[in-house]
Write a protein that binds this ligand. Structure first.
Ligand SMILES: Cc1cc2nc3c(=O)[nH]c(=O)nc-3n(C[C@H](O)[C@H](O)[C@H](O)COP(=O)(O)OP(=O)(O)OC[C@H]3O[C@@H](n4cnc5c(N)ncnc54)[C@H](O)[C@@H]3O)c2cc1C
Length: 407
């Protein structure tokens, strides 16, 4: 094993469609359906049929404004949204030849910087604490600021952007795209406190009487694991692995990396591992057909993996430190040697610092314990995608305003 300069570079691999004429050609393919399925399928109501119609009228600036008003993270979503399961899923054009590339159009319009002067209401005498400086924390802070409320964001890492910046590989989502959408959300009504972990650097007692409302947007931060793997030198959690791949300037290389899991995160790990290991193997506990990742992620993961082994679940380490797996449907065992095992078997809400605020049932929040506590984003979304997380924002903002008796 040796350290090398991190080879995982940003790569604007899909910029070729960022060209107006091609976007207009694509928009013209739209059948202008009466009941537009693209819009019906979008969790956050981006209404693609409307911005496509504006483009087809030649009104590019209006189309871009519309996209921004609906979704201030539209450039980011234009890169990473799993559109195949949302707006592009049932596009009728697909019955004739191929579905409209809605995400590509969205990305183009999101790139146009068509932000306009937004109204900021006069300051009110209320202040909000937002725990978690991921995309949802920032969007909520921005909405609060526009409504005249100051907010403080506590973020445990040294940067803002959450999973977008610390886990999604840079070759899928370049930092320039993240900055493009997130930086304009900040303003002088938002105070940022980085390297502040709630539960450690600030606690329930510190904040409970200091703010009018406390909103948790801390995402899913508690990785599932197996007891026998804890602190083993050959095991790394997917979250730590992706963070390392995205941020470390120098990075270890390996002979063989085994990635355990079948989610989108596992596919990101496989693709990142390929850049730093001679051999990369995926292991999933069920059959291939039951892999949970999106089609696009699966293509990326399978392209990266030298081998993919199915129906195997981790069991123990053998005496020389290789992992032994058990057949998911039987008793036979198989040792799969590796120099590093990346564990990508899911994440939960970290309840350790939330129990003063909410009651939990199994691994989910059941109800509030104090009336001025709220939560949003991945913590409450069903799909664990950015648009799904964004779709929780309006509701929580409404709840907070009702609670604070503001309009
Ligand atoms: C590997 C990976 C790949 C993904 N790929 C896609 C994709 O292709 N397409 C897609 O649409 N979505 C994808 N997602 C999901 C998307 O990133 C999330 O839906 C989105 O980031 C949710 O935003 P959030 O603000 O709710 O949470 P997060 O982005 O997780 O942000 C939470 C923030 O809270 C901070 N925090 C946590 N605990 C504390 C604490 N105790 N004190 C202070 N701060 C704290 C964290 O450091 C983090 O910055 C992916 C996620 C992962 C992990």
């Amino acid at each position: 094993m040796a350290k090398i300069n991190n080879p995982i570079e940003e790569n604007n691999f899909k910029e070729e469609l960022l060209e107006l004429s091609k976007i207009q050609e694509e928009a013209k393919r739209c059948l202008n359906c009466k009941a537009p399925r693209c819009s019906l399928m979008c969790p956050m109501d981006c209404e693609p049929h409307r911005f496509i119609a504006l483009l087809n009228k030649g009104d590019v600036e209006e189309a871009a404004k519309f996209v921004y008003t609906k979704n201030p993270l539209s450039y980011i979503c234009g890169y990473i949204c799993p559109s195949e399961r949302y707006c592009e899923k049932n596009c009728l054009r697909g019955r004739i030849d191929s579905v409209i590339k809605v995400r590509e159009i969205h990305r183009f319009l999101g790139s146009l910087n068509s932000r306009f002067e937004e109204e900021f209401k006069p300051l009110k005498n209320k202040s909000i604490l937002i725990v978690g400086g991921g995309p949802i924390g920032l969007i909520i802070a921005n909405k609060m600021a526009k409504h005249g409320l100051k907010s403080t964001i506590l973020e445990k890492s040294s940067y803002l952007g959450g999973a977008l910046r610390n886990q999604i590989p840079a070759f899928r989502l370049p930092a320039s795209v993240i900055d493009h959408d997130l930086n304009p959300l900040l303003n002088e009504r938002i105070e940022i406190k980085l390297k502040m972990t709630f539960g450690k650097d600030a606690t329930y007692d510190d904040v409970k009487d200091k703010y009018d409302a406390i909103i948790f947007t801390t995402g899913l931060d508690k990785p599932r694991t197996y007891d026998f793997m804890l602190d083993h030198p050959k095991v790394i959690l997917a979250q730590d692995f992706l963070r390392m791949c995205r941020h470390d300037l120098e990075i270890e290389t390996y002979d063989k990396i085994v990635v355990i899991g079948g989610s989108d995160t596992a596919m990101d790990c496989l693709a990142s591992a390929k850049k730093i290991a001679k051999e990369v193997v995926g292991v999933y506990r069920r059959e291939k057909e039951r892999l949970r990742a999106n089609k696009e992620s699966l293509e990326m993961g399978f392209k990266a993996a030298d081998d993919f082994i199915f129906n195997r679940t981790p069991l123990r380490f053998d005496e020389v430190g290789n992992m032994v797996f058990k057949n998911y449907y039987g008793e036979d065992e198989e040792t799969i040697p590796a120099s590093l095992y990346v564990l990508a078997i899911g994440v939960l809400i970290d309840d350790s610092y939330l129990k003063d605020f909410f009651e939990f049932e199994e691994d989910s929040i059941k109800c509030k314990k104090i009336p001025n506590a709220f939560y949003a984003g991945d913590m409450s979304s069903s799909d664990k995608t950015l648009v799904s997380a964004l779709s929780t924002v309006e509701e929580v903002v409404k709840e907070i305003f009702e609670y604070l008796k503001l309009d």
